[in-house]
Design a protein around this ligand. Structure first.
Ligand code: SF4
Length: 691
């Protein structure tokens, strides 16, 4: 029996755990002493590993490469040589016929690791010749990255997760820590025990609201109006930090002028929050000695997601809650390595280390390092644009790695049409997901537990994870598969291990250069920036000590007018559907749906949470089957009636395969980041009679 220390593959809390292995099989997980989890895990950490051994509870693991030789035909098992030759030949042909921008690839924010993501974006840029590489951050925190970069010059959490323990106030806005990041929720509880005030702002009475000193039940889709009103109070009551504003920011006058129109009384109707409550919230936040804002998808998955991120950041600037310990802005990233996928340049506009593709010096640097004449200057397409680009014939092939857009993307009917319009769909994954089942080529890769590398946790923390067992079938690591395709396409790519990839990457990224494998070791946690290889540089817990990383070093105030959400409630669609998380399951559920203990906690067909008064009015009993109908589709689910949800709104997790709520959601993309408005979809709920 042996114990291998590694990192949990689920959320971005970055918990360390030990996999206990007996006779080549994992038999249990134990908590390890990681920086963030300190010997604790949530139930996914303890019980989320048995999918590796192919339990086939939801869907089987992929064991061999497969090719569908003609559309509508069966998938045939082939050997690796044939599969790799086929993929390289088809990609080459599509590139020659339509140009490199006709091919789109994805990285993966899940268990595969930073090294694979680096290799995928290098393959896309240096071998295919396009910037069309993206990841699921598009659907979640890309508005955080875009908004924070504009406001303060860095798109990540400003402070460490562990710093939450000693903050004086935690402002939790559109974020459900107990379900999304249970170990981050522990730090919020630590803060409460240490005397912090907790303020929760969410339309739904989430678990954390139960320990809050103040719970604000704002109306769905009114974020900007509320934040502008909070700023108006802070300025009108002279509670802002004048020294910080004068020395470290610009744009305050325009900001003050715009928010002046948002008095608490004027937004009561929009937000559903009384003027008195808005004033109390503003005073609590502004007078706390140190305050931390944490947010999640309730901020970013709106048409005005980027603007909301900037509005929250402006509150932190206004009160001087940046550039020191125990304060800051915290977009708490969802999937375990979504921060890492972005760090590695799996984005259509930046190389690894957030170096813009628009800048000639960056293009020259990466072209030289990768041994190609030039790299494309224009940013690539976002993954959420695929339905439109496919319909217009601009994209002809998709190489999808470790993502399941047929489950997780908005407006699933449009995604189905897009995939069937393409000439070639390659899926590289560990499970037969819905997207894999629709692919022309399947490339089976190793899983978390079967390979090693580095993940980045939500607060910029690099950690190494390790292989525990040998793969049982004919699998390759993701980076080996991509490298073999690149080599067949005339670009020799020969890495012997992940350390070679990591070292190549860090030599190109000044902010990551000092984070060596040796320094990270087994239990190390290095938060970037870490610029020096010496042991003296152990990374950076909190950012912006002397200046912001904006072009002139100053934080940029921002405010804008509130816009109503894009989808509209009316007589036919009188309620709002908002997609949410479920603590026991993760992402498209291909991993957790194949874990026996997690499946025992919750299984198909999921549920739709509805307020008890709405349910009574509609004649719907708890556990009854109901139809949910939107302008885009109709699905069946089971009602979960309670007073936890607000009137006029329903909530569904997006993980359930039968009754997938993304059938209902209209895309309504953010014009800046192309992120769908998952949090606001007009629906009606109908009881199913004669059950
Ligand atoms: Fe894994 Fe997140 Fe749970 Fe930690 S909190 S054990 S990282 S799922």
């Amino acid at each position: 029996m042996k114990k291998i220390t590694t990192v949990c593959p689920y959320c971005a809390s970055g918990c360390k755990l030990k996999l206990v292995v007996d006779e080549g099989k994992i038999i249990r997980a134990e908590a390890a002493m990681g920086k963030n989890n300190q010997g604790t895990l949530c139930l996914k950490g303890y019980y989320g590993w048995d999918f590796i051994h192919d339990t086939q509870l939801l869907t089987p693991r992929l064991r061999t490469p497969m090719i569908r030789r003609q559309r509508g035909g069966p998938l045939e098992a082939v050997d690796w040589e044939e599969a790799l030759d086929y993929v390289a030949g088809r990609l080459d042909a599509i590139k020659k016929k339509y140009g490199p921008d006709a091919i789109q690839t994805t990285g993966s924010s899940r268990g595969t690791g930073n090294e694979t993501n680096y290799v995928m974006q290098k393959f896309t840029r240096a071998v295919i010749g396009t910037n069309n590489v993206d990841c699921c951050a598009r659907a979640c925190h890309s508005p955080s990255v875009a908004g924070l970069q504009k406001s303060i010059g860095n798109g990540a959490m400003s402070n460490a997760i562990t710093e939450i323990d000693r903050t004086d106030l935690v402002f939790i806005f559109g974020y459900n820590p107990a379900d999304s990041h249970p170990i981050v929720a522990n730090h919020i509880i630590n803060a409460k025990r240490n005397g912090a005030k907790i303020v929760v702002c969410d339309p739904r009475k989430i678990e954390t609201a139960k320990i809050a000193d103040m719970y604000i039940a704002l109306r769905n889709g009114s974020n900007i109006a509320l934040l502008n009103a909070i700023a108006q109070v802070i300025i009108a009551e002279d509670l802002y930090d004048k020294t910080f504003v004068a020395a470290r920011s610009e744009g305050f006058d325009e900001y003050r002028n715009l928010v002046a129109g948002y008095t608490p009384e004027s937004v009561e109707k929009i937000t559903g929050v009384s003027a008195q409550e808005i004033r109390r919230c503003a005073r609590l936040y502004a007078t706390a000695k140190t305050a931390t804002i944490l947010w999640g998808m309730g901020v970013t998955q709106f048409y005005q997601g980027v603007e909301t991120v900037r509005a929250l950041t402006s509150l932190a600037m206004l009160t001087g809650n940046l550039g020191k310990p125990h304060v800051g802005v915290g977009p708490v990233r969802g999937q375990n390595n979504v921060q890492g996928a972005c760090d590695m340049g799996v984005l259509p506009n930046t190389y690894p280390g957030y170096q813009s593709v628009n800048e000639a010096a960056n293009r020259e640097k990466f072209a030289r390092a990768w041994g190609v004449e030039s790299l494309p200057a224009h940013p690539g397409y976002c993954i959420s644009e695929l339905p439109h680009r496919a319909a217009q014939g601009e994209v002809r092939a998709a190489y999808i790695m470790g993502e399941d857009p047929l489950q997780t993307d908005a407006e699933l009917a449009a995604v189905r049409t897009a995939l069937s319009d393409l000439e070639l769909v390659i899926v590289q994954d560990i499970f037969m997901t819905k997207t894999a089942a629709a692919a022309d080529v399947i490339l089976p890769s190793t899983s978390w537990g079967e390979h090693e590398g580095v993940y980045t946790a939500a607060d910029r923390g690099f950690q190494r994870f390790f292989k525990a067992v040998e793969p049982q079938w004919d699998l390759k690591t993701d980076w080996q598969i991509i490298s073999a395709i690149a080599t067949r396409m005339g670009y020799p790519m020969h890495y012997n291990n992940t350390q070679e990839i990591w070292d190549e990457m860090r030599h190109l990224c000044p902010d990551f250069y000092g984070a060596t494998y040796e320094k990270m070791g087994e239990l190390g946690y290095i938060q970037w920036p870490c610029r020096d290889e010496s042991d003296a540089d152990q990374g950076t817990s909190w950012l912006f000590k002397d200046k912001f990383t904006t072009p002139n070093g100053l934080a940029q105030f921002f405010a804008c007018e509130w816009l109503a959400p894009q989808d509209k409630i009316n007589h036919d669609y009188p309620m709002v559907l908002s997609t949410v998380r479920e603590v026991g399951h993760y992402s498209c559920r291909s991993m957790t749906g194949n874990c026996a203990a997690l499946v025992a906690l919750a299984d198909e067909p999921g549920y739709v949470q509805i307020n008890s008064e709405d349910a009574e009015q509609l004649g719907i009993k708890d556990r009854a089957l109901v139809w949910i109908v939107s302008r885009k589709g109709k699905i069946i689910s089971r009602a979960q009636v309670s007073d936890q949800t607000n009137k006029g709104a329903v909530y569904m997790t997006y993980q359930w395969w039968i009754g997938a709520c993304n059938e209902l959601v209209s895309e309504n993309l953010s014009p800046i980041t192309k992120t769908p408005e998952y949090k606001y979809c007009a629906v009606r709920v109908e009881p199913i009679v004669d059950q």
